[in-house]
Ligand binder design. Structure first.
Ligand SMILES: Cc1cc2nc3c(=O)[nH]c(=O)nc-3n(C[C@H](O)[C@H](O)[C@H](O)COP(=O)(O)OP(=O)(O)OC[C@H]3O[C@@H](n4cnc5c(N)ncnc54)[C@H](O)[C@@H]3O)c2cc1C
Length: 456
């Protein structure tokens, strides 16, 4: 990046404190939780942006993209940087566009649609929505830090997904406003199915600057922890709660032993040697569920009202990809896979994996609804890393027995399982970022079209 580049930016961003160049800051804001993957760790550690720009308005985003485009400088957008596949790590330097200051909840419509800037923290959204009788349909376990824009572009599912599916499902995202990286950047509104052009596209084909997010009526929830002697008992109980419509639930998670032993702050909820189930269940149904759990051989080790994002114990601090974090704290040789098991064969599949890989794979299931309205056991098993070959062998074996794997050890959309086979995201990139300047290197099927030179 040439020397005058920062000077040019200062004509766009009036506050010099929002143009950051200190090496330690560049290092921090160029990285996310990519280190979750021992494969990505050495690849992404040296990648650093040249400058961080913090915008506060759509006009500033447009001006930064126009300027970067004129100079041929790449732009990688960032929310809170909690992605765990290096989604927001700039592979080719350039500008890191930090949207965390564009964090306003602009309003909630009477029919429950939140209108927000992309940098709004998901926990704040949940808290504000509840004041008006609404709540988020789903949120990641990182909701205290994660931004809405980062979740829609780089996450997938979380608490609530057992009932409401993932960010791509059931028109949860009603519309998004996007700034394009064309020669003259435009602000476009994508509504209805057009939102899929940019959802889960890792900021490779447009910058989301406003979101219309459908909420759901708020429920009084209770968090419950239930210990079962065996993983299979825990699975069958959870499977029933997850799939029977009568149960109004927000979370159904199963951990096999020894995963619960890694959750150091909540050992009072854990029973030595036992599998653990975490639930969020409508408070009105707690007594009935407790009776059912006990009749199935479970011991309810905790039951308490969910009082919001900051009140402990917060079971979401241990679920989805937080489970991996606790495991890695206990033993740095652990890493993870992102899997979907077959509904009717989950136990058979887990037995095959145990037989083949022994204790090098530890089962952690998250029940979620898929786009066909079927509740399936997805999960983030914790696996021991010995070599990349062995990790790939695990992935291949999973696939050979019908367990789907979205590989979190690759730093590109196509391999990660987030790329749409209908090429909607790719076509949007060709339209909105024809020079390939947005988060370059992450959508590997994209090629810059070189105009043909006429003969003669
Ligand atoms: C401990 C832990 C637990 C996690 N649990 C979950 C979970 O439960 N569910 C889940 O889905 N994920 C989970 N994740 C992954 C991650 O936290 C979530 O996906 C989170 O929502 C990302 O939000 P963020 O603001 O940190 O995004 P970032 O990491 O900053 O960005 C993610 C991607 O989105 C792009 N992006 C950011 N903002 C925009 C924008 N405005 N427009 C276009 N592109 C944009 C970035 O370029 C990047 O590619 C977890 C990660 C960790 C480390």
């Amino acid at each position: 990046m040439h020397e005058g580049f920062a000077a040019g930016l200062s004509g766009i961003i009036p506050d010099p404190d929002r143009i950051l160049t200190a090496p330690a800051v560049l290092e921090r804001l160029s990285h996310d939780f990519y280190w979750y993957s021992p494969v990505l760790r050495p690849q992404l550690a040296p990648k650093v942006g040249d400058i961080v720009v913090q915008t506060v308005s759509v006009d500033e985003v447009v001006a930064v993209l126009r300027y970067a485009g004129q100079q041929g400088v790449p732009v990688t957008v960032r929310g809170a940087g909690t992605g765990n596949c290096g989604q927001s790590v700039p592979l080719e330097g350039g500008i890191v566009l930090d949207l965390s200051l564009m964090d306003k909840l602009e309003g909630i419509t009477p029919d429950g649609v939140a209108v927000c800037e992309p940098g709004v923290r998901m926990a704040l959204l949940e808290t504000e929505a509840r004041k008006l009788g609404w709540e988020l349909r789903m949120y990641p376990s990182t909701f205290n830090k994660a931004t809405l824009g980062g979740f829609l572009a780089g996450g997938s599912a979380g608490v609530g997904s057992v009932t409401h599916g993932s960010v791509r499902d059931f028109h949860t995202v009603r519309a998004v406003e996007v700034v394009t990286m064309e020669e003259e950047p435009r602000v476009v509104l994508l509504e209805g199915d057009a939102v899929h052009e940019v959802l889960l596209a890792w900021g490779t084909n447009g910058i989301i600057t406003r979101v219309w997010l459908a909420l759901t009526p708020a429920v009084a929830w209770t968090q419950m922890a239930i210990a079962f002697p065996m993983f299979e008992d825990a699975f069958y109980f959870s499977d029933m709660v997850a799939r029977v419509l009568e149960w109004n639930k927000r979370l159904v998670t199963v951990f096999e032993w020894p995963l619960p032993s890694f959750f150091t702050p909540i050992q009072a909820l854990v029973r030595e040697g036992k599998a653990l189930v975490f639930l969020m269940i409508a408070t009105a149904q707690v007594a009935k569920l407790r009776a059912l759990a006990e009749s199935a051989g479970g011991e309810v080790t905790f039951s308490g009202e969910f009082e919001g994002p900051r009140v402990q114990p917060l079971l979401s601090d241990y679920i989805w990809n937080h489970t991996t974090l606790w495991a890695m704290k206990a033993d740095p040789s652990y890493t993870y896979l992102q899997c979907s098991f077959d509904l009717s064969k989950c136990i058979e599949q887990s037995r095959k994996l145990r037989q083949r890989f022994g204790e090098d794979i530890l089962f952690h299931l998250e029940f979620m609804k898929n786009s066909y309205e079927t509740v399936i056991p997805a999960g983030i098993p914790v696996v021991r890393f010995t070599s990349e070959e062995r990790l790939n062998e695990m992935i291949e074996f999973c696939r050979s027995i019908g367990v789907l794997v979205a590989n979190p050890h690759v730093n590109e959309l196509e391999g990660s399982g987030r790329f749409r086979p209908d090429n909607l995201q790719l076509e949007a990139k060709q339209r909105y970022d024809p020079r390939g300047l947005l988060n370059p290197g992450k959508m590997v099927s994209f090629r810059v079209e070189v105009p043909a030179i006429a003969n003669g």
